[in-house]
Every structure is written in structure tokens, then in C-alpha cells.
Write a protein that binds this ligand. Structure first.
Ligand code: CU
Length: 321
């Protein structure tokens, strides 16, 4: 019985580990989650493969050592082995226990370097995003378009409103202004922090993106979202009292939706510029009104995308049951 249990334990552990990612949600943590959040980018897929490989090696070593200990306790205890051997050296064994760990480390190092290379070789960007960490919120921008906005966590009242409209708004993750990116396009992220601020960290687990936001420096990461939907992350560098309340929300949408949103935002930026240059008070007011309308239009585009994505998620969940 014991023997059967010992033999089946590693197999069960390996099966559990390889299935671990299937238990996790995509884009945000989910109740009872084991493993990593679902992979939504090529880098995240590779991180998952590497995580699974290392876990298999860890479990195999732990089981091997456990079996050796049990064998030694059983075979060489005082009763079973009253006269201990005086052998102190065994060349073959000593070479083996040096070479085998080296081979294991090489087997880990090769995919590890390959993954690092993938993470730090930046493909040509389709969209460039700038993320700046402040105490305690983020500012996101699209330097190519001159679009910039603050991203702050939603309070419970604002979340309730969205939930009432059937738009998911998870606690401590939902944000007022989401970052919008097109699906299957490379997004390069330039990350920094306020010059007079502290270090933060821009992280989206499902994209495998995690990089420090350092005052006075620009660090970079990239991702290519392969799935439409909402992807949340949080500041991952202890930065002070509201560190836990500066989430990041990236919504991945169709190219057409992204273009429509971008055009509305660009027009709003233009209206704002024209308003600031306008001397005539009535015209200025009109321009500012136009800017508000365009900002509202951009929000509406996102709202519609959010509703559609929430509907698809519900449909997929019902299909899986
Ligand atoms: Cu922080």
C-alpha cells in the first residue's frame, strides 16, 4: 500500500503541476487559483512553460531525496545493519553527484536564457505606451498621439454603477481610465516614475510584463496581447501607504475599436489645444464643450467594448459548464 502510494505521488504531483495554469483565471486573480494567471501574450506562454519545467524538476528532486531518506532509514538502521561499513569514498558516486546537478542546472539555464532573450529583445512596436508611476496612481500616455490620462482605482460606489450595467469591476483592480490596446499588435511600454517620487513597478501578470518604474530613468517592457478582454495588474514595488491601491487596467480590443477610440481621443486633444489658444471666450467655451463631448464619445466606445466582452465571457462560462 505504502509502496503504491509512494509510486503514484510523483505522478499525481506532476499531473497537478502541468494542469496548474488551467485552474487560473485570465487577466485577474480568481478564487481558489493555483498556478499563474492565464497567459495572454507570447512571453507569458513561455513563462508558463518554464514554470512548469522547473516545477517538474523540483518535484522530481524532492521525491528522489525523500525516497533515498526512506531507503536509508529502512535499510541502514541499527537493527537491519548492525555492523556499519567503513567506506568513506566512492569515486563514481562523487563524480555522479557533481555532474548530475550540473546537468540539471544546464537544463534549467538554457530555457531560462532563451526566455530572458525573448523578454528583452523588443520587436518593432505597433503601439508605444508610456506609464509613469506617481504616489499613488499611474499616468498612461501614447507619446505618438499626444494622448495622456491618469489611471486611478475606482471606489466601491463607482464599481457598483458599472456592475449594475453588467460590466465587471473587480475590487482593488477596476480603474477609471483603462489603457486601450489592439489585439495581436506589439505594444512597447516605456516605464518611469515622477522625478520627485519613489520606485513603483508596472506589472500585468497575464502578459508576463513586470518592470520597475524608477524616477529619472526609462525602463521598458513589451507585450503582444493575443486575447481580447480586460487584463489587470498592480504596482509590484512597495512604494508607500497607498501601494495596494494603484492598479493598472489594460483592455485589449479589436483594431477597429482601438482606432475609433484613438480618433475620438485625438480629436479631444486637438479641441483642448485649440481651446487653450482661443482668445474669444464664447469660442473657447464651445471648444471645451466639444472636448468634453469627444472624451465622452471615447468613454462610450470603451463601454460598448466592455459590455460586449463581458457578454462573451458569460457565454463562454455557460458553454464550459
Ligand atoms: Cu507600489
Amino acid at each position: 500500500m505504502l509502496r503504491r502510494m509512494l509510486c503514484s505521488a510523483p505522478a499525481a504531483a506532476l499531473a497537478m503541476l502541468s494542469a496548474s495554469t488551467a485552474w487560473a483565471g485570465m487577466g485577474q486573480p480568481s478564487p481558489g487559483e493555483m498556478g499563474l494567471q492565464g497567459a495572454g501574450s507570447p512571453v507569458a506562454v513561455e513563462i508558463h512553460k518554464f514554470y512548469d519545467l522547473v516545477n517538474v524538476i523540483i518535484v522530481a528532486i524532492a521525491v528522489f531525496v525523500l525516497l533515498l531518506l526512506i531507503y536509508v532509514m529502512y535499510r541502514f538502521n541499527e537493527r537491519a545493519n548492525p555492523t556499519p561499513s567503513k567506506v568513506t569514498h566512492n569515486t563514481l558516486l562523487e563524480v555522479a553527484w557533481t555532474v548530475v546537478p550540473i546537468l540539471i542546472l544546464v537544463a534549467i539555464a538554457i530555457p531560462s536564457f532563451r526566455l530572458l532573450h525573448l523578454q528583452y529583445s523588443y520587436p518593432k512596436a505597433d503601439v508605444t505606451l508610456k506609464a509613469t508611476g506617481y504616489q499613488w496612481y499611474w499616468k498612461h500616455g501614447y507619446p505618438e498621439y499626444g494622448i495622456e490620462f491618469e489611471t486611478r482605482m475606482l471606489d466601491d460606489a463607482a464599481r457598483e454603477e458599472l456592475i449594475a450595467e453588467n460590466i465587471p469591476a473587480p475590487r482593488n483592480l477596476a480603474v477609471d481610465n483603462e489603457v486601450i490596446v489592439p489585439v495581436n499588435k506589439v505594444v512597447n511600454v516605456l516605464v518611469t516614475a515622477a522625478p520627485d517620487g519613489v520606485i513603483h513597478d508596472w506589472t500585468i501578470p497575464s502578459f508576463g510584463s513586470k518592470v520597475d518604474a524608477v524616477p529619472g530613468r526609462v525602463t521598458t517592457t513589451w507585450f503582444k496581447p493575443t486575447v481580447e478582454g480586460m487584463f489587470y495588474g498592480q504596482c509590484s514595488e512597495l512604494c508607500g501607504k497607498d501601494h495596494a491601491f494603484m492598479p493598472i487596467g489594460v483592455r485589449v480590443v479589436k483594431q477597429e475599436t482601438f482606432d475609433a477610440w484613438k480618433d475620438a481621443m485625438l480629436a479631444a486633444v486637438q479641441a483642448g489645444k485649440e481651446a487653450s489658444q482661443e482668445k474669444d471666450k464664447t469660442k473657447k467655451r464651445e471648444k471645451l464643450k466639444l472636448r468634453r463631448q469627444l472624451q465622452k464619445k471615447a468613454k462610450q466606445i470603451i463601454r460598448e467594448a466592455a459590455l460586449q466582452q463581458a457578454g462573451q465571457r458569460k457565454f463562454a462560462a455557460a458553454g464550459a459548464q
